[in-house]
Design a protein around this ligand. Structure first.
Ligand code: NAD
Ligand code: MG
Length: 377
């Protein structure tokens, strides 16, 4: 069998290492062709020794405008566009992943996208790059993988609505007073998923779900009115799709990113995976649902409003969130200041142009500056 070449961008992270675990079990189908990371040199070396890719890159995108950003971007683009690469797993965190996604799609690759920030910043540009280069965008995010699996074989016109599930994060049920004093350690203690630090904080604020609503809008061409969110603390149902006849289809599995990563590689096919844990509905019961508490977790509503506003607003939302999360992780701002920083940036920077890549990155830079100056972080 002709093995497909896979580039894993961000191979030392949570999704990157998950992808390599999956790829290690699928060696007859896939060959690791390229690896990149921005830190953890020792792990990258170990991965390179194990998988013998033809390209290994240390790409450290520091501050935009720095030489490191330019060199880092060149390295990611090289990994994403190589001739021996068929599939690019983009597992970078944040805006740093944007150019690699665009380049991969423009050169006709399948991009297995974990880096949801790419779609939030520049969803229209990503879809255009996909169309121009005959690339293919397949989600890695578990909720979007679930939707893709549920709608397989149905035209979009038959989908009435999707419902994304949210675990509710570590602060589900907390009081406002308790939340004000939440520590970094509290916020990193996610109840159901083990993930990188940024997405774990995003899950605690529910900014992650806002990013995912925008991601779903661009991936599946759904209007915002057709995307809703429900809290499902067990993280077993990964999303629901309601069809126009009223039937609802859901995708379930124990919470593990291995399945969505594997499906992003094999879609629309399925292959046997010896790593998949057995599904036991009794052991996983009960499955419960509750509404989102928008008062305590305003980041979700802010993000959906930014998505509806369109233009540069989602890029502002994303950049403000990235800076605020880094400041919270560095203990320079409190947990409730994360949504406050996002809200302040969106209020201050509404109406910036947001069509071209340069305009969107300009809005991203303005939002970063605004949050670091206003919140002195
Ligand atoms: P992580 O922090 O664990 O790993 C990030 C990887 O990207 C590392 O290999 C790091 O070296 C590299 N990287 C980070 N910043 C970089 C930069 N500026 N320049 C170059 N390389 C850089 O993150 P993660 O949890 O694996 O998340 C990756 C992406 O996947 C995020 O967009 C996240 O929202 C998304 N996602 C993650 C999960 C999960 O379970 N971890 C689930 C769904 C979606
Ligand atoms: Mg998700």
């Amino acid at each position: 069998m002709n093995r497909k070449g896979v580039a894993v961008l961000g191979s030392t992270g949570s999704i990157g290492t998950t992808a390599l675990r999956v790829l290690g079990r699928q060696r007859e189908r896939f060959r690791v062709a390229a690896l990149t990371a921005n830190k953890n040199d020792a792990l990258l070396r170990q991965q390179a020794a194990e998988f013998a890719p033809s390209f290994v890159g240390m790409a450290d995108l520091g501050n935009r405008g720095d030489d490191s950003w330019r060199r880092g971007t060149e390295c990611l683009i090289e990994a994403a566009t190589r001739d021996d690469v068929d599939i690019v797993v983009n597992a970078i965190v944040g805006a740093a992943g944007l150019d690699a996604t665009l380049a991969g799609l423009e050169s006709g690759k399948r991009v297995a996208l974990a880096n949801k920030e790419t779609l939030v910043i520049a969803g229209d540009l990503v879809n255009e790059a996909c169309a121009r280069g005959s690339g293919e965008l397949v989600p890695v995010d578990s909720e979007h993988s679930a939707i893709l699996q549920c709608i397989a074989g149905h035209p979009r016109s038959q989908v009435r609505r999707v419902v994304l599930t949210a675990s509710g994060g570590p602060f589900r049920g907390w009081s406002r007073e308790r939340l004000a004093a939440a520590t970094v350690k509290d916020a990193l203690a996610h109840p159901t998923w083990s993930m990188g630090r940024k997405v774990t904080i995003d899950s605690a604020t529910l900014a992650n779900k806002a990013l995912e609503v925008i991601e779903a809008h661009f991936l599946f061409g759904l209007p915002y009115d057709a995307i809703s969110v429900v809290v499902h603390p067990q993280s077993v149902v990964h999303s629901f799709v309601e069809f126009i006849d009223g039937s609802v289809v859901a995708q379930l599995s124990v919470p593990s990113m291995e399945l969505p990563v594997l499906y992003a590689l094999t879609h629309p096919d399925r292959v046997e995976d010896t790593g998949a844990p057995a599904f036991d509905p009794v052991a996983l019961s009960p499955l419960t649902y509750e509404p989102v508490n928008h008062e305590l977790f305003p980041a979700l509503g802010l993000g959906i409003a930014a998505g509806r506003a369109g233009g540069s607003a989602p890029a502002v939302f994303n950049a403000a969130n990235e800076v605020a999360v880094a400041a919270f992780l560095g203990e320079r701002i409190s947990f409730p200041e994360i949504p406050r920083a996002i809200s302040s940036a969106l209020a201050k920077l509404s109406g910036l142009p947001g069509k071209t890549r340069e305009e969107l990155l300009g809005a991203d830079a303005s939002a970063r500056r605004h949050v670091s100056e206003t919140f002195k972080c």
